[in-house]
Ligand binder design. Sequence first.
Ligand code: IMP
Ligand code: MG
Length: 183
Amino acid sequence: MQEDLERVLFDEPTILRRLDELAAEISAEYHNRELTVIAVLNGSIILMADLLRRIPLPLKLDCLSIASYHGGTATSGEIEFRQIALPDVENRHILILDDILDSGVTLAAIREKLNSKRPRSVKTCVLLRKRKPRRRPVEVDYVGFDIGDEFVVGYGLDYMEQYRNLPCIGVLRKEEILPPDAA
Ligand code: IMP
Ligand code: MG
């Protein structure tokens, strides 16, 4: 898998060191509040496991299943909520966890949906944030790393459902990306 990368952006120790810092910030913020973490599947699954084990607070964990990419490397702009019941968010402090902020379409749609269920507060944490104009403006509260506008995989991020289990984050070689009509 690693040989399919053009270059590695963040190796595992670098990611974990950054998670120590993020976890400390989040723990300080929520230390006397009831926290519900909502992880956006599937991309945030590795982040969720590593980050939450660094947060020594009582918390509830729930997941949302979302699809927006449908296999390619550019967002389709359509968001599909795959489960019927939304997590119970009413009157709770919510922290949404996602792998990456790209166009902003996904996080904007999730925030809208959750806000309609009257949470007490909603914050967001993403491991990666791409430096680019957003299709929908979204503010995120906790960011692991800012990156350029490149397609990355690993540490939960996929290309056509592959590479999620790569322990580092890297840029996929262009030869590995199928042309849009083939993908
Ligand atoms: P957005 O709705 O465009 O912000 O995209 C959010 C979702 O697209 C993320 O949760 C990822 O699943 C996927 N995504 C965006 N950029 C990348 C990337 O560079 N690599 C892998 N997945 C990505
Ligand atoms: Mg994805």
